[in-house]
Design a protein around this ligand. Structure first.
Ligand code: FAD
Ligand code: NAP
Length: 541
């Protein structure tokens, strides 16, 4: 059995950077990845229209100044092919692939308490031993395909947006169906509609989506970023969501403090919406914290849908109701509503008419039968815990992670779990992860973990794991800060809460306290000699 200092699972942006850091520390590292190449999310999600919804000048690695200065993004929010090209460039530039075992899935990771080693097993029946096991398995990497009756009997081609094939899918002259109107569906629908003979959209919950306003990146903006990257990165790291305010207009110190949307007149609200679009909602003090204020914003939103969609019946079906803006991950679109004005696009409202089964030729709802050549599942992911729970992870006394997390994930800082020494999770539950520009959170975790491993080596520490006290206190804090936000509103059913997966315990999983605040907490833990963690010395140490 081959032994490594560290085994990293996953070769997305987290696994790639983890490898880079650990290798520079002189450690032996093996990265294991299911795909046949690097990129993670951007390898798997090749569906038409897939792109970043934050500026890619900020959704990019900061660890190499040369890389940062030399790389050129074509658009403000670049598309999947360019982001994958960037991941490939990073792999080439830092010669990462030689330590990555591709086309291999990790099936189990079991802790050997006597030897203080993790034994990692793959679907190729290979066994590896390592001192540290790092899960860089991603928060949105376990696709969710609903268990519809007859799912396997469909005779056409079916695809999940998160498992999209490498060869382009030809929609020309085809009847296409798509289930799901979250971020992936909203990006794919207008692009597929351009090519398909006909597109039928099966919608269960109408979405709140804001215009992305994407455009080519001009050289002036690019230069400003590149000249000020140090400052930009610093702002990102201590910001609420991992984004700098670098390109935003400086706040006017004489401007009045934000007002309540409830205190403004209908006319003022409409004017604000007209002038600055949906970001107007953020200028009010209470849209995201008070359900009554939120409903005022939802009403304005629904009016806008009415203006954008020609057919009043279709507009009515597209209007979200019954849950607040800001409870789910904000969706950004390009020409989403306009797509429903096309003659070749039909909307089916599944709330009134749910799917009964998939048939060999299409699908059947309670009231109708539909036939199509291609079926697309834009049905999301078993988020945050899905990829981890697919691996049989066993810690001390044979305890499984699945059991430990049966009532929702429990972890200290989203980095480590009591009972699973020397196992780390990058962007794990209880960290800002998916509530941030994820690359910023990835870099912070990778750097924290590598510094920790270095510290353990220097101080002859054999094992690190959090105390139950620290873990419980942190989970309480994570719940506390989410309380009263739209994320945990009783009418909210988001994947942040696990509500998209039948049977999954309803628990709010990410940390909403902010990237900067979280980072400071992690820094304090280190300065206080890893407060909240138990450090066990080497037996002969
Ligand atoms: P991933 O990129 O998911 O990589 C994890 C890797 O682990 C995968 O390649 C997977 O194959 C591998 N893996 C998992 N389990 C195993 C196993 N058992 N054995 C072997 N390998 C395994 N974030 C943003 O901040 N901004 C955005 O605009 C944005 N857009 C997104 C768009 C889409 C379509 C999706 C799905 C997500 C988006 N995200 C976005 C979130 C995105 O997931 C992160 O930004 C980031 O790419 C995650 O990197 P990662 O390395 O942590 O995980
Ligand atoms: P998602 O947001 O979970 O959306 C899934 C969609 O499928 C929802 O409309 C959901 O309806 C529907 N659905 C699920 N199960 C269904 C069923 N059994 N019957 C009918 N409809 C069903 O998934 P996603 O769109 O893939 O996005 C996931 C996350 O990935 C995003 O929130 C974001 O973090 C990331 N992402 C980002 C971008 C980007 O713009 N950068 C793009 C894509 C993805 P309900 O709402 O009723 O459950």
């Amino acid at each position: 059995m081959k032994e490594f200092d560290v085994v990293v699972v996953g070769a997305g942006f987290a696994g790639m950077y983890m490898l880079y850091r650990l290798r520079r520390m002189g450690l032996s590292v093996l990265v294991i990845e299911t795909a046949d190449d690097v990129g993670g999310t951007w390898y798997w999600n090749r569906y038409p229209g897939a792109r970043c919804d934050v500026p890619t000048m900020e959704y990019s690695y900061s660890f190499s100044e040369e890389l940062e200065q030399q790389w050129r993004w074509p658009e403000v929010m670049s598309a999947q092919p360019e982001i994958l090209e960037y991941a490939n460039h990073v792999a080439d530039r830092f010669d990462l692939r030689r330590d990555i075992q591709f086309c291999t899935r990790v099936t189990s990771a079991v802790f050997d308490e006597n030897a203080s080693r993790w034994e990692v097993v793959t679907d190729r029946d290979k066994h590896y031993r390592c001192r540290f096991c790092i899960m860089a398995t991603g928060c949105l990497s376990a696709p969710n395909v609903p268990d519809f009756d007859g799912k396997d009997e469909f005779e056409g081609s079916s695809y999940h947006t998160g498992l999209w094939p490498k060869d382009a899918v030809d929609f020309n002259g085809k009847q296409v169906a798509i289930i799901g109107t979250g971020s992936s569906g909203v990006q794919a629908i207008p692009v597929i509609a351009e090519e398909a003979l006909h597109l039928t959209v099966f919608q269960r919950t109408p979405v709140y989506t804001f215009p992305a306003n994407n455009h080519p990146l001009n050289t002036k903006t690019e230069s400003r970023y590149k000249e000020n990257y140090l400052q930009v990165r610093h702002m990102q790291r201590y910001s609420p969501v991992g984004m700098s305010t670098f390109m935003l207009p400086k706040p006017n110190p004489d401007a009045p403090p934000p007002s309540s949307i409830l205190d403004t007149s209908e006319e003022e609200r409409r004017e604000a919406l007209h002038d600055i679009g949906f970001s107007a909602f953020r200028t009010y003090s209470d849209v995201y914290t008070n359900i009554e204020a939120n409903e005022v914003a939802c009403n304005l939103y629904r009016d806008t849908v009415e203006q954008l969609v020609n057919d009043p019946d279709v507009a009515e079906k597209l209007k979200p109701r019954g849950y607040p803006i800001g409870c789910k991950r904000q969706v950004f679109d390009t020409d989403y509503y306009e797509a429903f004005n096309r003659d070749n696009v039909t909307l089916v409202d599944l709330t009134a008419n749910p799917i009964e089964c998939i048939t060999p030729l299409g699908l059947r709802t309670r009231q109708d039968e539909y036939k199509f050549d291609i079926l697309i599942y834009a049905t999301g992911f078993d988020a945050m815990t899905g990829a981890l729970n697919k691996i049989d992870i066993r810690g001390k006394q044979g305890q499984t992670l699945v059991n430990k997390w049966a009532d929702g994930p429990v972890a200290y800082l989203g980095l480590q779990v009591h009972g699973f020494p020397n196992l780390f999770t990058i962007t794990g539950p209880g960290s800002p992860s998916v509530l941030s520009n994820v690359l910023v959170s990835i870099e912070q975790h990778v750097e924290w973990i590598s510094d920790c491993i270095e510290y353990l080596g220097k101080h002859q520490i054999r094992e690190i794991e959090p105390t139950t006290d620290a873990e419980e206190t942190w989970v309480e804090h994570v719940n506390q800060v989410a309380k009263g936000t739209m994320f945990t509103a009783p009418t909210c059913n988001s994947w942040y809460l696990g509500a998209n997966i039948p049977g999954k315990t309803r628990v709010f999983m990410p940390y909403v306290g902010g990237v900067g605040r979280y980072r400071k907490k992690c820094e304090e833990v280190v300065t206080s000699n890893y407060e909240g963690f138990t450090l066990s010395p080497e037996v002969n140490g």
